[in-house]
Write a protein that binds this ligand. Structure first.
Ligand SMILES: Cc1cc2nc3c(=O)[nH]c(=O)nc-3n(C[C@H](O)[C@H](O)[C@H](O)COP(=O)(O)OP(=O)(O)OC[C@H]3O[C@@H](n4cnc5c(N)ncnc54)[C@H](O)[C@@H]3O)c2cc1C
Length: 430
């Protein structure tokens, strides 16, 4: 395809990764970001093998691995420390693993890549409207002023995108009643490592402890600066009451579930340090129009129960760049993009929508049912494999269909496959 003039709305993970890939492929790229200083504040995220393979394509996997915390497993237990399930990536393939990563650290790397690839970043610029004309798409700000015109506009402005609503392509857009409180703590002894640990009691209480690696500003030579992210499930309409009540009772409740987390809780000095996150369920009929394409949370926000949102956003960026490299008209490239992302995204939308109430809802009776179901599923080799494929981010349909694992493994450079399993003698989370 000829060189395109591309405008990208939103400099989050989706926008920054797309800017880096399209800039490198020779397209002229301008990214519009409403914040004066784009950054990704927030807790840790899990990068799955799918997301890691795109980071390899971007040439940043080494830096990402150096800043992240390798995860061998997702381990969910009851308050009595009975397994609800334990899924080890290596049971699917010995070379697979996940990575706990500080949002800010990943953002910093992607942002640097976008700038190095020649993308121009227009900060403090909020795009209010995209007007499509036969040959160009026009971007307007909130005062109705024309900002720019582009051959193609990539909408990557996150879960609350107004531009998505204006497209007329939205099939479903709902906030979840439950969200999360979170806090990122220092973990100097690297106590939480190797796995994402979740403790679940029925469907109303869930605690997560995610090894998160280094923060954005820390050097790779400061191992004592390792972080751990604490998540706590909360009803969104209970947040005000939580803030009014203060955190003492909350801390005690967490300590009952996880006495080892005392060093994490000791670092929380005021209730303002505990931040909140809400989730959305967004489904679009199609991911493109004539001159706009929707990616990342703007296209398919979902609950983070399966830890896939960033990974899907990175896969979107990679697939879009591949579609635009084909020697076909723009309309066909966008049609191919939408079609090739459909099944992968639809599976994770479906799975997260159905799984979330099993872990976060008022339907308490689902708790014991979930525990029994997970226990049964983990014992059946076929079911277990499907769960491992789901966790790794490669599922494209309910039964069987997956992204080709060998292709994902091939995209990962040797250091990832042979990455030594770092285990120190220090005690770690059970
Ligand atoms: C509690 C929680 C835990 C999560 N855990 C995981 C996990 O473990 N693994 C995982 O893969 N995913 C996880 N996710 C999901 C992940 O955070 C998102 O999928 C990801 O951040 C989406 O990236 P994005 O670039 O699409 O959107 P965003 O990160 O929301 O970026 C959108 C950008 O657009 C900008 N913007 C908005 N409107 C405009 C406008 N009009 N004009 C210009 N700029 C604009 C915003 O300022 C922002 O910078 C989690 C989410 C939550 C809430």
């Amino acid at each position: 395809m000829r060189t395109l003039d591309v405008g990208i709305v939103g400099c989050g993970f989706a926008g920054a990764a797309t800017a880096a890939l399209l800039g490198r492929a020779g397209h002229r790229v301008t990214v519009y970001e409403e914040f004066a200083e784009p950054s990704a504040i927030g807790a840790g995220i899990v990068l799955q093998p799918t997301g890691l393979s795109v980071l390899a394509e971007l040439g940043v996997l080494g830096r990402v691995l150096a800043r992240g915390a390798r995860l061998e497993a997702l381990h969910c237990v009851t308050p009595e420390n009975q397994d609800v399930f334990r899924l080890d990536y290596a049971q699917l393939h010995p070379a697979l693993f996940g990575l706990g990563m500080h949002r800010g650290a990943l953002f910093q790397i992607l942002h640097e890549q976008a700038i190095a690839a020649g993308a121009t970043l227009q900060r403090a610029t909020s795009v209010a409207r995209v007007l499509e004309q036969p040959r160009k798409a026009l971007l307007h700000d909130h005062a109705g002023r024309l900002l720019a015109e582009h051959d193609l506009v990539v909408i990557a402005n996150g879960a609350r995108s107004d531009l998505r609503r204006a497209s007329g392509l939205v099939r479903r857009e709902r906030p979840y009643p439950w969200g999360a409180l979170w806090f990122v703590a220092r973990d100097p002894t690297h106590f939480y490592r190797d796995r994402l640990r979740q403790i679940t009691n029925g469907t109303r209480h869930m605690l997560g402890l995610l090894p998160t690696g280094l923060g954005p500003l820390e050097s790779e030579n400061t191992p004592d600066e390792h972080r751990v992210s604490l998540f706590w499930s909360i009803r969104m309409d209970g947040i005000e009451a939580f803030r009014r009540a203060g955190f003492h009772a909350w801390k005690e409740q967490i300590l009952r579930y996880e006495p080892d987390a005392a060093f994490v809780l000791d670092q929380i000095e005021s209730v303002e340090q505990v931040l909140t996150a809400g989730y959305h369920d967004v489904v679009m009929a199609s991911f493109h129009t004539q001159r706009q394409v929707f990616i990342g949370d703007a296209a398919h926000a979902m609950s983070p129960q399966l830890g896939q949102g960033t990974n899907l956003a990175l896969m979107d960026a990679s697939t879009l760049c591949a579609a635009l490299s084909e020697d076909v008209p723009l309309s066909i490239a966008l049609e191919r993009y939408s079609r090739s992302r459909r099944a992968h995204i639809a599976f994770y939308q479906f799975a997260s929508r159905w799984l979330t109430p099993l872990f976060q809802s008022d339907l308490q009776a689902l708790g014991p049912l979930r525990n029994a179901l997970m226990d049964w599923a983990c014992r059946l080799p076929l079911m277990r494999e499907e769960m491992l494929r789901t966790m790794s981010g490669i599922k494209q349909g309910i039964v069987g269909e997956s992204l080709a694992l060998p292709a994902i493994l091939a995209a990962l450079p040797a250091p990832l496959k042979s990455h030594a399993r770092a285990r120190s003698a220090a005690p770690s989370a059970r």
